[in-house]
Write a protein that binds this ligand. Structure first.
Ligand SMILES: [Zn+2]
Ligand SMILES: [Zn+2]
Length: 251
């Protein structure tokens, strides 16, 4: 049965080169442009992507509505204040965790492939202030048991592609995950869960990162707890700034 399913998988892969793939979001339309994978152009249009005009919290990048028309200076000072305690300097995402971005994140957990459209958007987001100050790219490490199970770390896949595209040094070694964060998480309250993530990251080569401005890369920002725990470990090792870039974020 396993061999049959492997052959089936290869057959599917071969077929998808010839026949267009169905969109992972609407499952109705086919993906016409390979760059758009895994979603069709219409589903990409239906996804909220952030740009220079998006009003957002200057720290965590949460999109905000403002009743008043704001000056450029006021826009730069907008804060949601929910993120006041987070340890990173600033976090930005390509857009909202929905439609095409959600499908991209889910697909990346199964296949180590980043669509060109997503990569272009990540590269543009990194080039906007303040993430453009970053000097070194570090992926959020995956718990070792998970990485072995999956065969790759999806954050590292994104980080490699982005570092290569934007000509930034990549560092997959300095930050490591020390304990298995998947342990006992189900029964924990939010605070206990935060503390369990806190202990999970360690810097093993502080001299490499102590004067750097780190760009931490992950697939999705949800509570910010993981990014904050990584930032704490990096700051404790002497990093000046920790910026966070994700493909998508919860709102
Ligand atoms: Zn679609
Ligand atoms: Zn915020």
């Amino acid at each position: 049965v396993r061999i049959a399913s492997k052959i089936g998988g290869l057959y599917d892969a071969a077929l998808s080169l010839v026949y267009p793939q169905a969109c992972a979001v609407c499952e109705v339309r086919s993906v016409e442009a390979h760059a758009d994978l895994p979603a069709c152009a219409e589903c990409w249009s239906a996804t909220r992507i952030f740009n220079e005009q998006t009003l957002m919290c200057s720290k965590c990048g949460l999109p905000l509505d403002s009743p008043a028309i704001l000056s450029e200076e006021q826009k730069l000072g907008l804060r949601c204040h929910r993120c006041d305690m987070e340890e990173f300097t600033a976090a930005r995402a390509v857009g909202v965790y929905e439609a095409a971005l959600r499908a991209s994140v889910l697909s990346l957990k199964r296949t180590p492939f980043v669509g060109t459209r997503l990569l272009n958007l990540l590269a543009e987001t990194q080039k906007r202030a303040p993430l453009n100050e970053a000097t070194r790219v570090i992926p959020v490490p995956l718990a070792r048991d998970r990485e072995q199970e999956r065969g790759f770390n999806q954050a590292a896949i994104l980080a490699r592609q982005l570092a290569s595209r934007n000509c930034l040094p990549l560092d997959e070694w300095s930050l490591t995950r020390t304990i298995h964060s998947s342990m006992h998480r189900a029964g924990m309250d939010t605070r206990a869960r935060r503390e369990s993530v806190d202990e999970a990251f360690r810097v093993i080569r502080p001299r490499l990162i102590e004067t750097e401005r780190i760009l931490l890369v992950d697939d999705v920002l949800t509570t910010g707890a993981t990014a904050s725990a990584c930032a704490r470990a990096l700051r404790a090792a002497g990093t000046k700034e920790v910026f966070v870039l994700t493909a998508a974020r919860a709102i």
